[in-house]
Design a protein around this ligand. Sequence first.
Ligand SMILES: *[C@@H]1O[C@H](CO)[C@@H](O)[C@H](O)[C@H]1NC(C)=O
Ligand SMILES: *[C@@H]1O[C@H](CO)[C@@H](O)[C@H](O)[C@H]1NC(C)=O
Ligand SMILES: *[C@@H]1O[C@H](CO)[C@@H](O)[C@H](O)[C@H]1NC(C)=O
Ligand SMILES: *[C@@H]1O[C@H](CO)[C@@H](O)[C@H](O)[C@H]1NC(C)=O
Length: 959
Amino acid sequence: MELSPWLFMFSVLVKASVIMADTNGQDTAGLIGIAASWNTHPSNWVGNDPCGEKWIGISCTGDRVTSIRLSGTLRGGKPGTLSGDIQSLSELQLLDLSQNKNLGGSLPSSIGTLSNLQNLVLAGCSFSGEIPQEIGQLSQLIFLYLNSNRFTGPIPSSLGRLSKLYWLDLGENMLTGGLPIFDGTNPGLDNLTNTKHFHFGVNQLSGTIPRQIFNSNMKLIHLLLDNNNFSGSMPPTLGLLNTLEVLRFDKNSQLSGAVPTNINNLTKLAELHLENNQLTGPLPDLTGMSSLSFVDMSNNSFNASDAPSWFTALPSLTSLYLENLGIGGQLPQALFSLSAIQTLRLRGNRFNGTLNIGSGFGTQLQKIDLQDNQIAQITVTGTPYDKQLILSGNPICEQGSSEKYCKTTGQSNPAAPPYTTFKNCAGLPPTCLSSQLLSPSCTCAVPYRGTLFFRAPSFSDLSNESYYLLLEKDMKAKFLLHQAPVDSIALQNPFIDVSNNLEMSLEVFPSGKIQFGEQDISDIGFILTNQTYKPPPVFGPYFFIAQQYLFQNEVVASKSKKNSMPLIVGVAVGGAVVVAVLLALIVIIAKRKRKTHNTEERSQSFASLDMKSTSTSIPQLRGARMFTFDELKKITNNFSEANDIGTGGFGKVYRGTLPTGQLVAVKRSQQGSLQGSLEFRTEIELLSRVHHKNVVSLVGFCLDQGEQMLVYEYIPNGTLKESLTGKSGVRLDWKRRLRVILGTAKGIAYLHELADPPIVHRDIKSSNVLLDERLNAKVSDFGLSKLLGEDGRGMVTTQVKGTMGYLDPEYYMTQQLTDRSDVYSFGVLLLEVITAKKPLERGRYIVREVHTALDRSKDLYGLHELLDPVLGAAPSSLGGLEQYVDLALRCVEEAGADRPPMGEVVAEIERITRMAGGGAESASESMSYPSRTPRHPYGGDSPAEYSSSGLPSSRVEPK
Ligand SMILES: *[C@@H]1O[C@H](CO)[C@@H](O)[C@H](O)[C@H]1NC(C)=O
Ligand SMILES: *[C@@H]1O[C@H](CO)[C@@H](O)[C@H](O)[C@H]1NC(C)=O
Ligand SMILES: *[C@@H]1O[C@H](CO)[C@@H](O)[C@H](O)[C@H]1NC(C)=O
Ligand SMILES: *[C@@H]1O[C@H](CO)[C@@H](O)[C@H](O)[C@H]1NC(C)=O
């Protein structure tokens, strides 16, 4: 009540101020309120007239703010939120806050009041919590980009009310539940008859896809449902979506049943991804789908059949991936002469008879992979095919043939990246400052960098540079058209990631200056995120994730409380009326401050951690909660003996139960341990930015009363090491070991390929892999981990740390750490898992032992003696073991460049799992274990850590 005279005065004064300023007072107050919930703001947000003074990112119509575009321009060390003040901006049509990783928390439900909003672009931020139902009230909404955040909970059914929605992108979140449909009262996604894009990939959506969801009124062109947990079968109504161009259903490991026979009604479909499901019934008939260019149906359980006739009747086909499907018969020669064909991946089938590629093979045909088929002969007519042909595992190779096509090199693993933009320097290139990079036009500048993720490219030949040249040219032209000061575009390292996207890194260089300004970055971010830019058709749908840009004269949010003053100071130049307005504003701000007091206090104490945050790597605290000492004391029963579950590297681990009922493990650092303190910081910083089902999650931490404690989710089945040594009572047969290894590999692949910036774990070992009640592996202990890629070279030079026996010898010798060092440790882990032996014990080194005993002409490669007896040594029960050993040995290649990237390792283990007959994910659903108290799931053994100087001279050396 006491405030109301102030509020009255405020509104009077704001009205008065309109006379002086060009901006409506409600909008000004709204913007100031929003900026107060950030810890930073664009540099010229000073004064009280956003429209008149052309605040960066703000556009107005008359005196009303109609557009806010701040893509990638918010910096500052502390995470900010989007405050409910956004509702003041009632004329807003466009809100783009994308690519601001330091912007998180939940979306305020008051966003639903913005009845004029047409574009809501929040991609690539850190928003969490549920998507508010109120978004369904935004009746004018056309573009909704919520992708690449941390949203949880269900897709709100209210989205079905967005009758004008054209683009719905919810990909790369952690959404759960099913796809909502009209239920008689509430609308559902089936009501979205004007929407062309359903992008739902890479979430945790589940349940059966209801048949009502698709109808013939829909105009979908992109339907992305990949990398989720959908079950049941594909709905037959899919055949009604005859405008569809891209369909991704891949990696829903529970998806089963037959593919609807009317799928070949989709005659515009260019990209079809059905791989890695459990689909059954006949191999889908793709007859008449003449637009198809990319078809992947690998790794399903279709009925065995012979090569279907549509094989040779798809004129645009570039890529045919049909692995492990039991397709048989003679391969038709016409397949090789399809005019656009680039890649045929047909391994693990039953193709037989004589292979005749003929001489009229397609000019773009780069790879024919027929490994593990039944081909007995090869006939060469005319010019022989001289690109990659793989026939190992066929009868023709059984007689120890030395033909090139018989080599068991596994998948090709080119050491050099398939493409890097050429730097056009006439003489010696100049040496750039460390913050700068060399542009394609050979000048040093600070580029805007990020990663492009193409969700369904129509090609598979990643080494064909014409695609990238086209993209560079096209993208540059588009930037110039939108008047962004862009000199050139550099692309590099294209590769297919674990989610089956084509990833490549992008650098955009400024024109006529060395650095971009804030406005430039927000323009470029908007163009890339709002998809105003359409890449050439071969690339298909994409999304962009930026790295934070380092502005010159960086206005770092100062630590002092005066931080919000510049807004006010600028105004003070004005007359008395303005001063009075100011007073009112101060009251409002003070009030708001009080409201946010709690969170601020929390961030303050976090700041006191004084993490070394270079301005490009800001510590992220997504969701990690701060506990007080007393809270943790209470939940662990005063750190009682009974709750003590082990001793780790830097202290004890206790079990506790949060008031919500959640079981947690509390790792308490020994007081005064410097090592512990360093690891503590690293672990909080890294774990709070990663979330993956195969990486242990951090619930929170405590920094109170001189204590340092980490609070993790509780993982009941102890470590992989305990299972292998028989200590834990969890028995692991071959399939279960593969399952654990697959999970571990996925966790590491996530750190390398999806975390941004990439993370090298540096201490992969069996005691750092935890097993939950369903034997899902969780990678833990990030105390030694490092961020990679700030400089784009994918490596850091750093003091050697790790654990003896798992340590990469190349890293040890050069001190240069890359993601391939983890691949080495993982390779050692692979060998440990089949031998159940410590990697290094009494001078015996597992890698050398396997190399010595290996005899590829014998079954199980002659390794019977070395294998863990618990596995049983019958070759029939160890399906895929040879391939597993091949993979392990590639991982422990001496040169990092010869080791496969983790994404490839994951794909290979998935293949091996199928060879072992494992229904990969479901293998152990119904297992039960003797209940037990695990000893110490978190500590592992103390990290036998050493610096290079402290290393024993009998150095570990593979081979
Ligand atoms: C949603 O679709 C159903 C029919 O499929 C229709 O009866 C209902 O009125 C629609 N609701 C809205 C809000 O458009
Ligand atoms: C195929 O699409 C047409 C519209 O182009 C539609 O009328 C027909 O019902 C569809 N057929 C099937 C079997 O779904
Ligand atoms: C190839 O396999 C088919 C069955 O898929 C069989 O009918 C045919 O006889 C086989 N041909 C040869 C040469 O083995
Ligand atoms: C991007 O946003 C602009 C700005 O309002 C809008 O007009 C345009 O249609 C959007 N384009 C795409 C493809 O998202």
